[in-house]
Design a binder for this molecule. Sequence first.
Ligand SMILES: NC(=O)c1ccc[n+]([C@@H]2O[C@H](COP(=O)([O-])OP(=O)(O)OC[C@H]3O[C@@H](n4cnc5c(N)ncnc54)[C@H](O)[C@@H]3O)[C@@H](O)[C@H]2O)c1
Length: 369
Amino acid sequence: MAEIEIVRIPVSAENREALASALQAARSSYLAPPACTALDIAHGEGELVALIRWASAEAHREAAQLPSAGELFGQIQQLASGPPSIETLGAPASGQLAGQVALVTGGAKGIGRAVVDAFIAQGAKVAVADRDRAALAELAAAHGHQILPIEADLSTAQGNTNAVEQAVAQFGRLDTLVTNAGMFDGFSDFTNTDVAALDQGFDLLFGVNVKGMILACRAALPHLVRSGGSIIATLSNASLYPDGGGVLYVASKHACLGVVRQLAHELAPVVRVNAVAPGATRTAIGVPDVLGGPLDQTSPEISAAISSAVPLGIHAEPAAHAAAYVLLASRAAAGNMTGTVIESDGGLGIRGLRRTRGGDGLKLQFSGE
Ligand SMILES: NC(=O)c1ccc[n+]([C@@H]2O[C@H](COP(=O)([O-])OP(=O)(O)OC[C@H]3O[C@@H](n4cnc5c(N)ncnc54)[C@H](O)[C@@H]3O)[C@@H](O)[C@H]2O)c1
């Protein structure tokens, strides 16, 4: 089925012509036939309106993966004086989350990005708040009108409030808030980390992991009450067990579990509050410079060490956790669940004392492998 996209881009008088030219130039790449069958541009009061006809929703999705789509979104971000509003006529959404609107914090990369991809595949529209501008542009290029990228510092009240308000202004409602933005402490030992690093590291980690989570929930609350929606927090094995980080990370993720339990109690029966607790996952999670800077958890050595320490023998990819978020976001599947934590950690809770796992010889015993 053909799809018509109406994109309204707020723009100042001085950037208007440059923006119109960027759109026209994309006529030979991202907005090119046969996927894009027509492009009309009109100048409104303080905005530029583009009417884009796509041959089909699928052709539109494929075109949105082109690098030239990312370039155009980047140019729009630079020239526009605010986020575009996008209305799509045609192809109805289908899937477990059809018609739902979600906001995912820290959704530009890693686990949050996998959640965004899964929610969109299940028919949701997703606003993504993050401070990584380049990763947001890549996301916008991949998903086009299904997502709203929002650049924000989520350790501040203003960043969280703006993100929620922009999401609701764009999509008209909010069904699910995923609080996922977070930082790690690089396994900084308590005894070997100096006082200044503990002092600054505490503020940075708790600022986004705990305060940011609470502020996002508070900003989203009126909208979630209206929609009868839910909150899903990204916790961690470090919310439940020691040594999934140093004292700052483990304490911050235990605090996040406290937020989940308290809000699940306070917001029942109207808003459900649940969590997914991933175990070690192949991402390049941020670590403040004062605690040693970024930690790449994707090297073969780290993967091998993690796999041998986990009963299921897996160092998880971000996508491994995504179905748990879809389940919790679905009113049909999880309408009776609140205060629940789904552990997606390869079985840390059943790790043995004598050995990590008991079944290493099972295949040999029963199938000769
Ligand atoms: N990677 C793991 O092994 C692992 C395991 C368990 C839980 N987690 C949790 O998963 C969540 C996502 O982590 P990830 O591993 O995908 O890391 P990641 O760095 O890939 O993703 C985190 C995202 O949050 C964003 N972010 C961080 N601070 C921000 C701020 N102040 N304002 C705006 N955006 C900010 C980053 O830009 C990034 O896009 C975190 O809450 C983390 O604690 C990670």
